[in-house]
Design a protein around this ligand. Structure first.
Ligand SMILES: CCCCC/C=C/C(=O)SCCNC(=O)CCNC(=O)[C@H](O)C(C)(C)COP(=O)(O)OP(=O)(O)OC[C@H]1O[C@@H](n2cnc3c(N)ncnc32)[C@H](O)[C@@H]1OP(=O)(O)O
Ligand SMILES: NC(=O)C1=CN([C@@H]2O[C@H](COP(=O)(O)OP(=O)(O)OC[C@H]3O[C@@H](n4cnc5c(N)ncnc54)[C@H](OP(=O)(O)O)[C@@H]3O)[C@@H](O)[C@H]2O)C=CC1
Length: 265
């Protein structure tokens, strides 16, 4: 198969009447997830720090069967994000997508304590705060949580000690809450994308690193954000009703091969 294929396989109207909260919905993967959920009929509340990208997502969502509204917030501000989760949750919550995240590439010896704490706060502590705040609302609707992680989270990654530690923490949290909240009908899973070409990555990584990441992927191609979005929707759907506590890597076998984990910036 040489041509890119359309990953959209789920049926129109799948999520009519359902509601989601997506963090990091202003750009990249979070925007793709939000737009796909809206296309499938979900009402989505998006969160990010900057208003302009969120407004662009809202414009792109206009006319889709679901709806997109947004709140600006730093997910590291626990009080603020808990208030937003409560506000969104009062209207009903079927799906939480923990997508906001990121890091800088540096060897462990180049990561200051403040830098470590920043990445742990963003990629682990905020995810716990949001997920815990969402619990009563998810319980009321037997909802689902999908947390966006990294390919190779279970094997390490050069220059990513802080981020891998945080995402491994989220994976452990996901597996534990999958057990604790199974009785409530809440399912939690992680998705590990490979290299996704987004503005976030382009800003951060040298072009050479991006090329190297793709070249180190056994299937030889990056992961389109739309593929991640379809997987999120699948996991939220009744087709995923017995899937919980899992890490699903959508990375062209990057996690199996010589791998992204050996590359440094
Ligand atoms: C293995 C699969 C492939 C992986 C591909 C992954 C791709 C992506 O995830 S793309 C995601 C999209 N975007 C990003 O990752 C960028 C997001 N990054 C950030 O938002 C920030 O870097 C941050 C949240 C991680 C830190 O933000 P903040 O707390 O505002 O940072 P400060 O500027 O206040 O700095 C705090 C602390 O961190 C040190 N630091 C920052 N950058 C670096 C760096 N490049 N190298 C070393 N240290 C860095 C900074 O110096 C501060 O520490 P002190 O110097 O001790 O004060
Ligand atoms: N791109 C890639 O190759 C891969 C990415 N990932 C992960 O996928 C997720 C999305 O990445 P990607 O789409 O590439 O990144 P982008 O940088 O394109 O998007 C990140 C989104 O999160 C928001 N965000 C970042 N920090 C915060 C914060 N503190 N509070 C609230 N919102 C925040 C950003 O908006 P704003 O700046 O306005 O706050 C933006 O909407 C991240 O967790 C990333 O690490 C995983 C594997 C590979």
């Amino acid at each position: 198969m040489t041509e890119p294929t359309n990953p959209e396989v789920l049926r129109d109207g799948l999520f009519g009447g359902a509601r989601a909260l997506v963090t990091g919905a202003g750009t990249g993967i979070g925007r793709a997830i939000s737009l796909r959920l809206c296309a499938l009929g979900m009402s989505v509340t998006g969160v990010a720090r900057r208003e302009a990208p969120l407004a662009d997502t809202a414009e792109l969502a206009a006319g889709l069967p679901g709806g997109f509204d947004f709140r600006t917030c730093n997910v590291r501000d626990t009080d603020a994000i808990e208030a937003i989760v409560a506000e969104a949750g009062e209207g009903g919550l079927d799906l939480l997508v923990n997508n906001a995240g990121g890091q800088f590439f540096a060897p462990a010896t180049g990561i200051s304590q403040k830098g470590w704490n920043s990445v742990i706060d963003l990629n682990l502590n905020a995810v716990f705060a949001v997920t815990k705040a969402a619990y009563p609302y998810l319980k009321a609707r037997k909802g689902a949580v999908v947390s966006i992680s990294l390919s190779g989270v279970d094997r390490g990654g050069m220059g990513l000690a802080h981020s891998i530690a945080a995402r491994a923490g989220v994976l452990g949290m996901t597996r534990t809450l999958a057990l604790e909240w199974a009785k409530d009908g809440i399912r939690l899973n992680c998705i590990g994308p490979g290299t996704v070409v987004t503005s976030g990555l382009a800003d951060e990584a040298a072009r050479q690193l991006l090329d190297n990441l793709v070249a180190a992927t056994p299937m030889g191609e990056p992961t389109p954000p739309e593929d991640v979005a379809e997987l999120v929707a699948f996991l939220a759907s009744s087709a995923g009703r017995l899937m919980t506590g899992q890490l699903i890597q959508i990375d062209g076998a990057a996690h199996l091969g010589a791998g992204l984990h050996m590359l440094s910036a």
